[in-house]
Design a protein around this ligand. Structure first.
Ligand SMILES: Cc1ncc(COP(=O)(O)O)c(C=O)c1O
Length: 394
């Protein structure tokens, strides 16, 4: 019996080698990875630049020194994150929930600084922000919260893409300090915010002096075809939590602030032992430079469009909905389809199913057009067979 705590329903497959968007299991079977370790492996597997940079870092012998001293690679990483986000200050941590926890603390501190004794944060139904007590309380899923009550207070929940609901809160609740939105909900089923909605939300934030906080842990860092989803809407948020794709497989997160949130955290307000260590920062610098220099934003947009249109052509009449942006794509079926992830794995394709009935694709940003074609060529027949088992048996 394994001593690994039983918190995941795992498939009995283990990968031992990776190259590009391909993985091999212990028996030598090859898989096309359309999930990237849940939006983490931006550069796929064994990218020569990342492998070289990490190997050099290991050889230097300095993996960690702590934040009690200057960390030059952290300064280099922060410069790059500031440049691509358009914001000012970067706090490095180790995961998405930590980035969001920092964002929630920034919002509360911002509220207190403005004289609000019990600051509230507007959050969205179906959003996922993590599994710490504060972030699961912000998360719009009873399944994630059940059993962990009492929840952290101070969150007001509204539906996504509904500006009137936000206006009503603005009218009745004077404790609001921030709006926290996951602009493309990943775990929630690839629910895409309308760009008009995001712009309207930003206007309401500006009018009320609230922080606009954009959880780009899953949808950010190039996946949408731009560095960040808010850039499609054409404005700057105040707080942007990041993680997943930031280190292309090395655990790292960041809480990035600017605008009204700049300067809110003072020395002593927040910290992390591991956050921003030289190993993780080498991964950040190399990942971001490679995305830029290899044109992976344009690639994500182009190849994502190919997958979306090809899926619509091939199974548009069978799916309840096919939606997404860049390389963040959901195929919703009219019935629970969790089994499809297992069937796809058996067929050598790695995908995931979220919200019971939404097939989720989050491939590495290095996916080529030919590989994108293979994703659809492998997935479409599986969906057809799944929806017509009787026909298949006949
Ligand atoms: C949008 C979003 N925020 C936060 C998190 C939490 O990240 P982590 O699992 O690294 O704590 C996730 C993870 O799926 C996420 O998708």
């Amino acid at each position: 019996m394994s001593h690994v705590m039983n918190t995941y329903a795992r498939q009995p497959v283990a990968f031992v080698r990776g190259e590009g968007v391909w993985l091999w299991d212990e028996n030598g079977k090859k898989y096309l990875d359309a999930l990237a370790g849940i939006a983490v492996n931006t550069l796929g597997y064994n990218h020569p630049r990342l492998t070289r940079a990490l190997t050099e870092r290991l050889s230097s012998g300095v993996l960690h020194t702590s934040n009690l001293w200057r960390v030059p690679t952290q300064e280099a990483a922060a410069d790059r994150v500031a440049e691509i986000t358009g914001l000012d200050e970067v706090f490095f941590c180790n995961s998405g929930l930590e980035a969001n926890e920092a964002a929630i603390k920034v919002a509360r501190k911002y509220g207190h600084d403005r004289g609000i004794a019990e600051p509230a944060i507007i959050v969205m139904e179906k959003a996922f922000h993590g599994r710490s007590l504060a972030t699961l309380s912000a998360t719009g899923s009873r399944k994630v919260q059940a059993g962990f009550e009492p929840l952290v207070s101070g969150f007001v929940r509204v539906p996504l893409n509904d500006l009137d609901a936000v206006r009503q809160v603005a009218e009745h609740n004077k404790n609001v300090a921030a709006v926290f939105v996951e602009p493309i909900q990943g775990e929630g089923g690839i629910n895409v915010s309308r760009l008009e909605y995001l712009r309207g939300l930003k206007e309401i934030c500006d009018r009320n002096q609230w922080l606009f906080m954009s959880d780009e842990v899953q949808c950010g860092l190039g996946r949408s075809g731009k560095w960040f989803v808010y850039q499609h809407a054409g404005f700057l948020p105040d707080v942007v939590p990041l993680a997943k794709g930031l280190g292309s497989g090395v655990p790292v997160g960041a809480c990035v602030v600017g605008g009204r949130a700049k300067g809110v955290f003072k020395p002593g307000n927040h910290g992390s032992t591991f956050g921003g260590n030289p190993l993780a920062m080498t991964a950040v610098v190399t990942t971001l430079d490679t995305v830029k220099e290899e044109g992976l934003l344009a690639n994500a947009a182009k190849v994502g469009d190919l997958i979306l249109s090809s899926l619509k052509n091939q199974i548009g009449n069978l799916a309840a909905d096919i939606r997404g942006m860049g390389l963040m794509i959901g195929v919703e079926l009219d019935r629970p389809c969790g089994d499809l992830a297992k069937k796809a794995c058996e067929a050598g394709l790695l995908i995931n199913v979220t919200q019971d009935s939404v097939i989720r694709l989050l491939p590495p940003l290095i996916l080529s057009a030919a590989e994108a074609d293979q994703v659809v060529t492998r997935l479409a027949p599986l969906i057809r067979a799944f929806l017509a088992p009787a026909a298949r048996a006949a």
